[in-house]
Design a protein. Structure first.
Length: 417
């Protein structure tokens, strides 16, 4: 018997049968047409402010945000969906096979169908823009820039430059974020549902975890439970067992859970297209007194900081308050491999602005923030990602608060026979 055979046999012996619970949800609702109209109107106001006549969209999140056109074709790079906002309308370029889906529901856009692939998609949209009167296409911008993953195409840039009266293509990044940073109650509700899905999945899965389970097994269980709880998608997530070597970008491995390990994970599941970015922790075995103390104080500090968001404050003001609270708490060095302790959230997992010393973005009603300072100490990790929706008079928490005590997997579960 080879070493590989021994390892495989051992893995099979360590695997348990686990019953997962289905809690089906209906498919997420369509974005109300009145809300789509408001989003487009706000985009046009920002276009006017930035002296832009045509705003071209290539990023899936941007196209869906303004059109609510959801198609599985985003999984194919060959036949893209592109869009353009003008002062007269919203154009969406899609391949001919999309026609029935487009016609299946009321739309706020005019469809431009093309026969072919990326070059034909670019030409179809560019030809529509070129047909506009010259003053209506003088200044063109495309959604290429920080925190956006637009469909890159040199052909698109060349065509747009040839159409623009000033022969320049600008970045629409700032314009789009000024619109998307302000969320509506509808968006906040989608986030709430997504957080409820992953919070319940974590609790359900941790209740079934045991000494000897591998990171990959627990990862599979939690992803399966996320879908059973109603998620539309669940991108790969971290699932780390560690007592000191926390590599947060490491994929789940065959590492086995043992007493003293901390479990750290960070979710990506979506509902209505809105991801539930939230990290959770648990411990295998009873924590020591100092761990309980640090857990409670770090959690309390994070919640207090999240409650402090107010319209008119700047992100750097929140960071200054964090530094004061952290120093007063005498918790030790904060995790220092990133320069921020929080960020915006919406259709993307992370969005501007950043809760950092240098971000002077003014906080406004409608913004969503994730607050997540992290502390590593003596082989343990303490992090609580609390998420708030800023209102005129304070904040609303979009997720239930982190548990008052660390979730524990009891070593008694280690008997597998």
């Amino acid at each position: 018997m080879t070493r590989c055979d021994v390892d495989n046999e051992e893995n099979l012996r360590s695997t348990r049968s686990v019953a997962l619970t289905a809690r089906p949800l209906p498919p997420s609702p369509a974005v109300p047409l009145a809300e789509l109209d408001l989003r487009i109107s706000r985009a046009r106001n920002e276009m006017m402010r930035s002296e832009i006549d045509v705003l071209v969209l290539t990023d899936q999140k941007n196209v869906e945000y303004f059109s609510d056109y959801r198609t599985l074709s985003w999984g194919y790079k060959a036949r893209p969906v592109l869009a353009a906002i003008t002062y007269d309308g919203l154009l969406v370029a899609a391949s001919i096979p999309e026609s029935m889906l487009i016609e299946s529901a009321p739309r706020m856009f005019s469809a431009v169908l093309y026969d072919g692939y990326l070059p034909e998609a670019v030409n179809a949209l560019a030809d529509e823009i070129a047909a506009l009167p010259a003053p209506a296409r003088q200044r063109i911008a495309v959604d290429y820039g920080p925190d956006m993953l637009g469909r890159g195409s040199l052909h698109l840039v060349d065509r747009l430059k040839g159409i623009a009266s000033d022969r320049v293509v600008k970045s629409a990044n700032d314009v789009l974020w000024r619109v998307r940073l302000i969320k509506t109650p509808f968006e906040a509700q989608m986030k709430k549902i997504a957080f409820d899905i992953v919070n319940k999945a974590f609790d359900q899965t941790i209740a079934n975890a045991y000494v000897g389970i591998s990171e990959f097994e627990l990862y599979q269980m939690i992803q399966a439970q996320i879908y059973l709880n109603g998620a539309e998608s669940a991108d790969p997530i971290a699932m780390l067992f560690s007592d000191g070597d926390f590599f947060y970008g490491r994929p789940p491995s065959s590492r086995k859970l043992r007493e003293g390990h901390y479990i750290w994970t960070d979710f990506r599941a979506t509902y209505g297209g809105y991801p539930a970015d939230r990290n959770r922790i648990a411990r295998c075995g009873k924590p020591t007194d100092w761990e309980i103390d640090i857990y409670e104080r770090t959690r309390s500090l994070t919640i207090e900081l999240a409650k402090s968001f107010r319209p008119g404050l700047r992100c750097c003001d929140i960071f200054t308050k964090f530094q004061e609270l952290w120093n007063e708490g005498d918790l030790g060095p904060v995790y220092g491999q990133v320069s921020r302790i929080g960020h915006g959230g919406g259709l993307d997992v992370t969005e501007p602005p950043s809760i950092s010393a240098t971000d002077e973005t003014v906080i406004e009603p409608g913004m969503i923030f994730h607050v997540e300072p992290k502390l590593e100490k003596a082989g343990a990790v303490f992090q609580f990602e609390e998420v708030v929706f800023v209102r005129d008079d304070g904040v609303e928490f979009l997720s239930e608060l982190s548990p008052e005590s660390v979730p524990v997997i009891k070593p008694a579960y280690k008997s597998l026979t």
